[in-house]
Design a protein around this ligand. Structure first.
Ligand code: F6R
Length: 245
């Protein structure tokens, strides 16, 4: 795993965006794996600025998002589909039909999971997967204990994840109890992974990731087994690591 240190969140986002812009320029038909949450917002904003200023085109790009809340339709303002539309897709020239987010309100969620996995395979997999990390080491919504063999599946969210995400909802009670997520095996099939880690609240997770061997009790540790992972972390995330180690 390669670790790149950025001065702060802004610089981290800019470096990540520049990496993505180069990948899209090199392969205009690239398949991107995208994440939601607070961490990638700066990347999306940089990519939008670049699209407007330099004309980077996403016309031939396909994207697959990591996850979606169970029970929320894509039209729900708290859905990850809405997040992606608002924060990225509506501001670039990507073809909406080439943007995929798991279906959280399918009648048959198990079938929707299998269909999503099949769709990723039909697109010959993800070329570049963007990841954030939870304080408990989750990637996607793969909580501690998730099998490393898991593909897209339904997951019950832990209290800590629901609390961390409650800031986007009217109350903690309003945060869905479950989600659909790409599995660990689905993520690991990506050809290349870029993991973003920002803020001192993530430094323990970063430390554990760098110091642990792959173990299902800490989902992100699986990344140690992937041949092409770049971790992009800001000083706040790395500082704790130096002080505590
Ligand atoms: C989001 C996702 C999650 C987040 C993680 C960190 O699609 O898959 O794993 O990346 O919860 O969230 P933030 O960035 O809000 O700290």
């Amino acid at each position: 795993m390669k670790l790149i240190e950025a001065k702060d969140y802004k610089e981290m986002s800019k470096i990540a965006a520049d990496i993505m812009i180069k990948k899209v320029a090199d392969n205009p038909a690239i398949t991107l794996g995208l994440a939601t949450g607070g961490t990638p917002l700066g990347i999306y904003s940089s990519l939008i600025d670049d699209h407007k200023e330099n004309g980077t085109s996403y016309n031939g790009v396909t994207s697959f998002n990591l996850d979606e809340y169970a029970g929320l339709s894509g039209k729900d303002p708290n859905s990850y589909r809405s997040y992606m539309n608002e924060n990225f897709f509506h501001h670039i020239d990507i073809q909406k039909e080439n943007t995929f987010v798991p279906c959280g309100d399918a009648e048959d969620l198990q079938k929707a999971c299998a269909d999503y996995e099949a769709l990723i395979k039909a697109h010959k997999g993800i070329d570049l997967q963007i990841l954030g990390i939870g304080e408990n080491g989750h990637i996607g919504f793969n909580e501690p204990g998730t099998s490393f063999d898991s593909e897209t599946h339904v997951v019950q969210l832990t209290d800590s994840t629901r609390q961390a995400n409650a800031r986007y909802f009217s109350s903690l009670e309003a945060v869905p109890q479950a989600a659909v997520t790409m599995g660990i095996a689905s993520i690991m099939k990506s050809k290349e992974i870029l993991l973003l880690v920002s803020g001192k609240q993530k430094s323990e997770a970063l430390k554990q990731l760098l110091n642990s061997s792959p173990d299902e009790s800490f989902p992100a540790s699986v990344l140690n087994k992937h041949p092409y992972v770049t971790i992009l972390a800001d000083k706040a995330a790395i500082a704790g690591l130096i002080v505590n180690s």
